[in-house]
Design a protein around this ligand. Structure first.
Ligand code: NBP
Length: 481
């Protein structure tokens, strides 16, 4: 019989997705550029399963029921275009190509258009959950040619993670929107990881706490409003010992790697003129962590006193707990702000509640907190900023006394907590109706005749002042880049 779906690319993600599909009752054909990989899979983990290994792309396409559904799990970038180019001669009109890799959304935007023009339906689907998610149920964020959705929906929803029975796989929108949403998911993941790392660092240095005790604290936090996969695994990581019986975490070099999706999130936030400071901080901190040698030299130039242990331990733990929550909320408020602006800019009509629900299970940022976010957007689909939702404003008000105290203590004790303080400053800037931007406007007008609006005049009326008495009357054009 013919296969229901074909999968291209048998690295860690593709292999596990194929097994997931087969387990859910679908017959799967597989192809990989390096044929040996196919053989190893078919004779290994796929043995005895309803999975058809193919040596050539031509064979692969003949084993599929038509119209065909082909999912690619290859490295993002040129590899995707190469596979498309190679497979298209064997496809027929109406066939569907899904790119499940971490492709850049603008590439997906282009591929959806080009494939439409050739009579094919292209879908860019973000897949999150790593190896385990791919096997047992990832979060899937498909977008692109909407015609494909009814056909791919049963397969993708069957393999996706379920949150209270609902699959974490829903249609996101047109063009590259699925990959954009996945990109922001990853950016948020960077932010969450940075925040958790700052919490760990403050527990360690403001209390001199050991790994076992911190592991217990994270386990406890995982039962409350911070309940999430990343909090859970942090608890496990803290307690993990290597073969010598030492805590492994203490032996891992403090240099963080990255594959670019955090950076892309920030670049796109800059392009959309929307603040995404917390994620930007997380990305920049990874860069700074990589400058280990420079940090070692600088540490000698500016020797640091040992932080003083904060006396009230339970209070400090609560300060960190509340700060972690509040700063995380700021990060999500910024992330969803970028999604909202992207939706308007690219006319994607994203449903932010649906997106929050897609992330409740299967993916790395899964958490109970996303239920509250979904609820907030359900109550008000035009919500300007998550911090304005009544549930969250109560939470922030509760956290604020702890949050500002902790940021001040960390600063005083000379412990870096850039994301905690960035979040607090965003909160202060957001919640004031007078920023010092009046001075910036004055300076811009002073040196460049960039003009300004006045509080005592209509908005949209621009003025130029002859600040020095010898300037001309010629203004610069008013526009915002
Ligand atoms: P990789 O990102 O390491 O990609 C390896 C696969 O791409 C292999 O099957 C390889 O074939 C194939 N490939 C390459 Br490289 N160049 C090719 C080309 N020119 N033509 C055809 N095939 C080519 O694998 P992965 O980690 O499984 O990730 C797959 C996708 O899923 C990526 O886009 C990744 O960003 C995304 N993703 C990964 C994770 C994760 O946790 N790893 C999670 C979520 C999403 P070969 O065997 O012949 O070299």
């Amino acid at each position: 019989s013919k296969s229901n779906i074909g999968l291209i690319g048998l690295a860690v993600m593709g292999e596990n997705l194929a097994l997931n599909m087969e387990r859910n009752g679908w017959q799967v054909s597989v192809w990989n550029r390096t044929t040996e990989v196919v053989d190893n899979f078919i004779n290994g983990r796929a043995k005895g399963k309803n999975i058809v290994g193919c040596e050539s792309l031509e064979d692969f396409t003949t084993t599929l029921e038509t119209p065909r559904i082909v999912m690619m799990m290859v490295r993002a970038g040129n590899a995707v275009d190469e596979v498309i180019e190679k497979i298209v001669p064997y496809l027929s009109e109406g066939d569907i190509l899904i790119d499940g890799g971490n492709s850049y959304f603008k590439d997906t935007e282009r591929r959806v258009k080009d494939m439409y023009a050739s009579g094919f339906y292209f879908v860019g689907a973000g897949v999150s959950g790593g190896e385990e998610g791919a096997l047992n149920g990832p979060s899937i964020m498909p977008g692109g040619a909407a015609e494909a959705w009814p056909r791919i929906k049963p397969i993708l929803q069957s393999i996706a993670a379920k949150a209270n029975g609902t699959p974490c796989c829903e249609w996101v929108g047109p063009g590259g929107s699925g990959h954009f949403v996945k990109m922001i998911h990853n950016g948020i993941e960077y932010g969450d990881m940075q925040l958790i790392s700052e919490a760990y660092f403050l527990l360690k240095h403001l209390q001199g706490m050991g790994n076992a005790e911190m592991g217990d604290i994270f386990a406890r936090w995982n039962e409350g409003k911070l309940k999430s996969y990343l909090i859970e695994i942090t608890g496990h990581i803290l307690l993990h010992k290597d073969v010598t019986g030492a805590y492994l975490l203490d032996r891992i070099l403090d240099v963080a790697g990255q594959k670019g999706t955090g950076k892309w999130s920030v670049i796109n936030a800059l392009e959309l003129s929307i603040p995404l400071e917390l994620i930007a901080t997380a990305v920049f901190e990874r860069y700074l962590s990589s400058e280990k040698l420079l940090r070692m030299i600088a540490a000698k130039t500016y020797p640091r006193k040992k932080p003083e242990v904060v006396s009230n331990k339970e209070e400090l733990i609560e300060e960190i707990h509340q700060t972690l929550y509040a700063a995380k909320l700021v990060s999500y408020a910024q992330g969803f702000g970028v999604l909202k602006k992207a939706s308007e800019t690219y006319d994607w009509k994203l449903n932010l509640a649906t997106i929050a629900r897609l992330w409740r299970a299967g993916c790395i940022i899964r958490s109970t907190f996303l239920d509250d976010i979904a609820y907030a957007f359900e109550q008000d689909s035009n919500l300007e900023n998550l911090l304005l939702a009544s549930h969250f404003s109560k939470e922030i008000q509760e956290a604020l006394p702890y949050w500002k105290k902790l940021v001040a203590t960390a600063a005083h004790e000379e412990i870096s907590s850039p994301a905690f303080s960035s979040a607090l400053n965003y909160f202060y800037s957001l919640t004031t109706d007078r920023l010092p931007a009046n001075l910036i406007q004055a300076q811009r007008d002073y040196f460049g005749a960039h003009t300004f609006e006045r509080v005592d005049e209509e908005p949209g009326k621009f003025f130029h002042e002859n600040w020095t008495g010898h300037g001309g009357n010629t203004k610069s054009g008013t526009y915002n880049a």
